[in-house]
Ligand binder design. Structure first.
Ligand code: UDX
Ligand code: UDX
Length: 438
């Protein structure tokens, strides 16, 4: 099967490599010439476990190739996926200019039947716009070519994307023709051999499913953060509460971890976009508006705890160490990360900031340059520090040598934004320890 994937970002590259690994012939397309040249040299632009090997292996096998020109490869394809970015507009709605640009190019060059699938997260109604855009271009050329549009949202978690792609909980596909349904069934069959879970539906429902799924997960997190903040005030432990409610099968255990707020490229953007879509329809998403407010506030919680601990002496000129910069472990992605919010607050308070992250240091430098000190490792970061803030729960932070940490720190204060440490243990080393909701 010949497929093209337009947009070689996080989603496009993972999807392309995984499809190729099942034997499909895949062409990845991107307008960014430098990115394509780098990938061709074997340099993978993002950090994602297993992706380097998968790309290399399939390039070698001749099933995966890269180009900057969609028009030159378009008519060799049976299915074209669009996985270009949909960054939030200034008002929070998803910006569709890239998605529609791809549709326009397809319309200008299409010579045969094809299924055009949108993988980017796009508001309900976008598939219709994609169809119209392609049709308008075909009409201009006075050509009558049949094509189908479809919607196939992705549910990949960064850091676990290949596993998520290779053995998905489900694949959601919105279609409006039997032909498109058949072709997408064939394409996805290899991933779902044991338990075929492609859920076919109409296109608007598929588009909506993506937003509803991410919004639901974001809601669980904000709800737990709200509960955590209350736990602190009434003397309860949110970890106990999580165990208590998560064992109810109606609730389930996942995505109930209180912490210093959710970040990433999806939750913040998708929650905003859904609120915006609803507003545009004259309907107000009250729950989601609260979810967003709670999350914005939660990104300040670690800093606020620090400020309270230094209420008497003040924070000016204090050295603060940060463990973790990425929005979650196993990625170098810092989009909407709590670390960026915290760094800003610390700067405003006049602190000296030392940071360490196992993979996101380069990304951090790219974003904020030398406005913070980049430590060699986790121990270097805490050397002479007046406080340590844990913001991302990387595995290597879970069992540090507290003997060393407590010796080199100037003041033994630890604020654990992800609840990975135990108060008793930390106190035995003389630390003042704070966490979220415990
Ligand atoms: C993107 C969307 O932002 C998200 O909504 C969706 O769920 C999945 O696809 P991601 O892969 O993380 O997420 O985006 P990004 O890393 O920004 O990659 C988009 C790629 O598309 C970039 O490499 C960009 O150069 C490319 N692009 C953009 C094109 O090839 N053509 C364009 O016209 C615009
Ligand atoms: C998410 C969705 O999980 C995925 O299905 C979708 O396609 C894209 O968006 P991702 O953004 O990669 O994936 O990360 P995810 O693991 O969902 O975490 C998002 C944020 O929520 C992180 O900042 C994480 O720290 C936070 N989180 C997650 C919590 O605070 N508590 C939890 O219990 C789970």
């Amino acid at each position: 099967m010949n497929i093209a994937i337009v947009g070689t970002g996080y989603v496009g590259l993972v999807s392309g490599a995984c499809f190729a690994d099942t034997g499909a012939s895949v062409t990845c397309v991107d307008v960014d010439t430098e990115k394509i040249e780098r990938i061709k040299r074997g340099e993978i632009p993002i950090y994602e476990p297993g992706l380097d090997e998968l790309v290399l292996k399939n390039v070698k096998a001749g099933r995966l190739r890269f180009t900057t020109s969609l028009e030159s490869v378009l008519n060799d394809q049976q299915i074209v996926f669009s996985a270009v970015g949909t960054p939030p507009d200034e008002d929070g709605s998803a910006d569709l200019k890239y998605v529609l640009q791809v549709a326009k190019t397809i319309g200008q060059h299409l010579n045969k039947y094809m299924v055009v699938v949108t993988k980017s997260t796009v508001p309900v109604g976008t598939a219709k716009l994609v169809r119209q855009t392609i049709q308008t271009e075909l009409d201009k050329r006075q050509t009558d070519i049949k094509f189908d549009v479809a919607s196939n949202p992705e549910f990949l978690k960064e850091g676990n994307a290949i596993k998520d792609f290779m053995s998905p909980d489900r694949v959601v596909v919105g279609v409006e023709s039997e032909m498109a349904k058949e072709m997408l069934t064939r394409l996805y069959k290899p991933f779902l051999i044991n338990n075929f879970r492609v859920i076919f539906m109409d296109i608007p429902s598929a588009e909506m499913t993506k937003y509803a799924a991410n919004s639901m997960l974001a809601t669980r997190i904000s709800f737990m953060n709200d509960i955590a903040n209350l736990c602190e005030r009434v003397g309860a432990d949110v970890n106990m509460v999580r165990a208590g409610i998560g064992s109810d099968t109606r609730i389930g255990r996942k995505f109930l971890y209180a912490g210093c707020g959710y970040g990433g490229s999806c939750f913040p953007k998708d929650v905003k976009a859904l609120i915006k879509t609803a507003d545009g329809m004259g309907y107000s998403m009250e729950v989601l508006k609260a979810v967003e407010r709670v999350n914005d506030a939660q990104k300040h919680v670690v800093f606020n705890k620090l400020a309270i601990a230094f209420a008497k002496e003040g924070l000016e000129n204090k050295t603060v160490a940060l463990w973790g910069l990425s929005f979650k472990p196993e990625t170098d992605d810092m989009r909407e990360s709590t670390a960026l919010v915290t760094i800003d607050l610390l700067k405003q308070a006049g602190c000296k900031i030392k940071v360490y992250d196992p993979v996101a240091m380069t990304e951090c430098k790219r974003r904020i340059g030398d406005t913070v000190i980049y430590a060699r490792d986790l121990y270097d970061a805490v050397n002479d520090a007046d406080a340590l803030l844990l913001l991302t729960e990387w595995n290597e932070f879970r069992l540090p040598n507290w003997e060393i940490v407590s010796k080199v720190m100037n003041k033994k204060l630890l604020i654990d934004g992800r609840n990975i440490f135990e108060k008793k243990e930390l106190e035995s080393y003389g630390f003042e320890y704070h966490s979220i909701g415990r």
